[in-house]
Design a binder for this molecule. Structure first.
Ligand code: ZN
Ligand code: ZN
Length: 264
């Protein structure tokens, strides 16, 4: 069982990341992938990965940070991405949701930064880990335009949301989809039209990966507290229930999927 997307590289874990990692491996996880959202957190993800054999890093600039970049950022990111423990470029993509803490960054800027990082991934022959919030159509347009730069197994959409049609289109491009603890929340998230349960039902298990997005998206019944990678078990159980299969089956297939995408 692998947590394919979390942020133990964030300050929320400064004091106890070691205990959190040990607890996750004690509870049966076989891998943890920490993801950067800008240069410093990307570097921190790489730094953490050096201390444990089954810890990996994904490095990149999140769309929220695409308006705060220094000159030469892509060269700096390239240097970080060359580390052996880096398994993908992410989380990159587009985000058109207006958050209290973060207004929508100019879409033109988001797109430029996204495309530059698709090119970087292509040059390093790494898959993509994509962040999408209510920007599916524009992401699809970019991926179609850049299709020649995608790997045969191009990567995954993390914390998947969107419509059933959108899901079908990205599956056609070869992408996998990640689900988190928010699949345990009741109702449909603000601005969405399709429930996560319906998306889980429709996505073939052979294309699903497990993630937590720790410290965020804590599953029920722990919602409200800090999330940790060990809660990926709850995500596995919830998917098992929706699909009517055993936890073991979900763990077996999703682990294989994660190995396949990131060549672990
Ligand atoms: Zn994200
Ligand atoms: Zn994240």
């Amino acid at each position: 069982m692998i947590d394919s997307h979390c942020h133990l590289n964030f300050h929320a874990f400064d004091k106890d990341y070691d205990d959190v990692i040990k607890d996750a491996f004690d509870k049966g996880l076989t891998g943890i992938i920490n993801v950067g959202t800008k240069l410093d957190s990307s570097w921190r993800a790489v730094e953490l990965s050096q201390n444990y054999p089954n810890l990996y890093a994904i490095v990149g600039v999140h769309p929220h940070h695409s308006d705060k970049l220094e000159d030469g950022w892509i060269e700096k990111l390239q240097k970080i991405a060359k580390n052996k423990k880096v398994v993908a470029i992410g989380e990159i993509g587009l985000d058109y949701f207006s958050y209290k803490s973060n207004d929508i960054v100019l879409p033109k800027l988001q797109k430029e930064v996204f495309i530059k990082q698709i090119e970087l991934a292509y040059n390093l022959s790494l898959p993509l880990q994509i962040h999408n919030r209510q920007a599916g159509e524009d992401i699809l347009k970019i991926l179609k335009k850049e299709e020649g730069k995608l790997l045969k197994t191009p990567g995954m959409f993390h914390c998947f949301s969107g419509t059933l049609e959108f899901l079908e289109k990205i599956l056609d491009l070869g992408f996998y989809v990640g689900f988190d603890g928010n699949i345990t929340y009741k109702g449909i998230a603000k601005g969405e039209t399709t429930s996560l349960e319906d998306l889980v039902k429709k996505a073939p298990l052979e294309r699903i990966v497990l993630e937590t997005d720790s410290p965020y998206l804590t599953p029920e019944p722990y919602r409200g507290s800090r999330n940790t990678p060990s809660h990926v078990i709850i995500v596995a159980d919830f998917i098992a229930k929706i699909k009517g299969v055993s936890r073991e089956k979900v763990v077996e297939i999703t682990t294989k999927n994660t190995h396949n995408i990131f060549r672990l």
